[in-house]
Design a protein around this ligand. Structure first.
Ligand SMILES: [Zn+2]
Ligand SMILES: [Zn+2]
Length: 304
């Protein structure tokens, strides 16, 4: 973001800072981190995500979004633990793991690292071939599965931003994926086999997570994953463009969606979508969950 001389809306000083169009605010470098933390604190309270008595498991990829929420929750003195899933993607995974490790050491945050291959001992490329799904989809599926297994009872924090949430809604509206649309909310409550998942960055843009990391000198991994989904990138770009041309519009859209989602999809309809996997107990839409089905295919593949 462009740095210029501004009159800060908060401290009123004439200082180097930024214009945050979507909030209609001008903030100096000194005031921005506090503003960022305060917005997160307000989101946590507004949606009753967790309290200082809870143990929180933060899923950290090493990118700017998850690093910024990890840093902000630490600064706000929450009781946090970090979980990093190592996808085993050549240099990308090595570098992001290192960033997470160094940060957690420096900030004294307990960190657990799990390799994707511990769940299924094959490379993502092979798994993609066997499942006939894009690498990005298989990777996401496995990550969610491992995260749920690890969390048992603890609240999971993910680094999903406003940009992620709006891209996800738009994409699933274009393809009318009702099952996914019905489950979009900043807090997903614990059901049997699934932990409570919360998104404290759901009202914060990616522009702000980047700014927060840069001002507070938090290192993050800034390279795109070589396997990232093109559809996902396309919707992210559209959302960015919309917000650029109509500042504040995506936050209005998201809040409007949250207001309507319960009307669109009644509670009872939501429940019927999910049941327990016969094999592992993970919540799923069919008899066997996607990971157990994948494991079956892997067995067939290994035995010719
Ligand atoms: Zn200021
Ligand atoms: Zn299963």
């Amino acid at each position: 973001m462009e740095i210029k001389k501004i009159r800060c809306s908060l401290c009123k000083s004439l200082n180097n800072g930024f214009v945050l169009n979507h909030y209609n605010l001008k903030l100096c470098r000194e005031c921005f981190p506090n503003f960022f933390r305060k917005r997160i604190q307000e989101t946590i309270e507004k949606f009753k995500m967790f309290t200082k008595n809870d143990i929180i498991l933060v899923a950290v990829s090493g990118g700017k979004d998850s690093m910024s929420i990890l840093k902000a929750l630490k600064d706000l003195q929450y009781n946090i633990r970090a979980l990093h899933i190592d996808a085993g993607i050549e240099k990308v995974s090595e570098k992001s793991k290192q960033i997470v490790q160094e940060f957690c050491e420096k900030e004294h945050i307990p960190l657990k690292i799990i390799k994707l291959q511990e769940e299924i001992d094959l490379s993502l490329k092979e798994l993609s071939k066997i499942s006939k799904k894009p690498i990005c989809a298989v990777c996401g599926m496995l990550r969610r599965y491992i995260l749920n297994k690890e969390a048992l009872g603890q609240t999971i924090v993910t680094g999903h931003t406003l940009n992620d949430e709006v891209s996800f809604i738009l994409k699933n509206m274009i393809f009318w994926n009702d099952e996914l649309l019905s489950r979009i909310y900043p807090v997903l409550y614990e059901k049997e086999g699934l932990s409570k998942k919360v998104k404290p960055l759901c009202l914060i843009t990616e522009q702000e997570t980047r700014l927060f990391c840069e001002i507070t000198s938090v290192k993050y991994f800034d390279e795109a994953c070589p396997y990232r989904s093109e559809i996902y990138e396309l919707f992210k770009k559209i959302v960015y463009e919309i917000n650029y041309n109509f500042p504040g519009s995506i936050i209005g859209f998201y809040k409007g969606y949250l207001k309507r989602v319960k009307k669109f999809y009644s509670e009872t309809a939501k429940e019927t979508f999910l049941k327990k996997c016969k094999n592992c107990g993970y919540m799923t839409v069919s008899d066997l969950c996607s990971i157990c089905r994948l494991k079956e295919k892997v067995l067939q593949y290994k035995h010719g």
